[in-house]
Design a protein around this ligand. Sequence first.
Ligand code: NIG
Ligand code: FE
Length: 407
Amino acid sequence: MGRRLLIRDLAQVATPSGREAPLRGRALREVELLEDAFVLCDGDIIEAVGRMRELRPLEGDVEELDGRGRCAVPGLVDCHTHAAFGGDRVDEFALRAGGAGYEELHAAGGGILSTVRATRAAGEEGLRTAVERHRGWMLRHGTTTFEAKSGYGLDRDTELASLRAVRDAGGIATWLGAHAVPPEFDGDADAYLDFALAEVLPEAATLAEAADVFLERGAFDGAQARRYLEACRDAGLALRLHGDQFTEQGAIPLAVELRARSVDHLEATGDDGIRALATSDVVGVCLPASALFLDRPMPPARALVDAGAAVALATDFNPGSAFCESLPLVCSLAATQLHLAPAEALAACTVNAAHVLGRAGRLGRLAPGYRADVVLLDAPDWRYLAYHLGGEVVSTVVRDGELVIGR
Ligand code: NIG
Ligand code: FE
């Protein structure tokens, strides 16, 4: 028997119920709630979850954590971030506050391309430092598993360095090789893809688990997205798309046809898209912090859930469109702006997000056999996760059965 940790006397333990993934429809609301409860971890695995009165005396050495007045939820899973970047976009943020448009700034060589310049200049060490710093920010907000994309290098060395930095920081790497057309290709997206698929994909496929593309006016069109994704699929990568952020360009039908894991953003998705997603296995990843940060319409999450779609929530943490690493804040936005119940929000950033990352059998629930990733909320009711808007709701984080934040 390994090192054991008993988190005891918790006001509540709240977890998405069952073993299925992804959750949809009514199942998305089914949170299992235990009051006056414990979570027992054996090494990096959850051994038992139950009520205090059912707790039997434990043999051997057991470390204890006092959960009084606090609630446990599963370690949060951020399935969509762009944590591998250099520099910042605070100047652009101030310009946007004064009325400048996000797409305009991009078209003028700013936006994503300004972060490409800063990321190339950061070098491999600078990128490692940045990703580790961002991972620390996420962890303090309860994120025990994060995905992060490349996409600010767009040359061979910086793309691969980004993926290595994510992987070495314990993240799950996604190759966003088709994020923007870098300046040296002078707007020729097809020539850039020729390069990226021939020169970067072979090694990217050994570092990343998935590939992602920005299918949007001013970025890549449907034919280019298809070419990129098919090549990535043939190299063994799972597929994701940034789709319907500003305009519908066919991201959902393409995702369904190619059996992508997810389509992310969806702020511009209309009724046909909602129906198509709802009858598919593709997860709709909603990023309300990004819509808020850009003052854009919110994605139709309520309609998606009601139509039967599998929905996840993520931060989209990046320097331009969502400088926000907090999933609890995203849960608050989900409740207030997307009209999801706190239970739906919890499932969306735990088990459903784990499904997007291909890990729903091990992550996203507090149940025996799952990884011992536990977040303690400084609250008498777990729904403070969404209720405490911008508050310090996360008091303690246990990852792999070890206390990493708080006490
Ligand atoms: O998900 N839309 C494309 N990519 C990112 C933003 C990138 C940036 O502005 O730096 C997103 O919003
Ligand atoms: Fe994104």
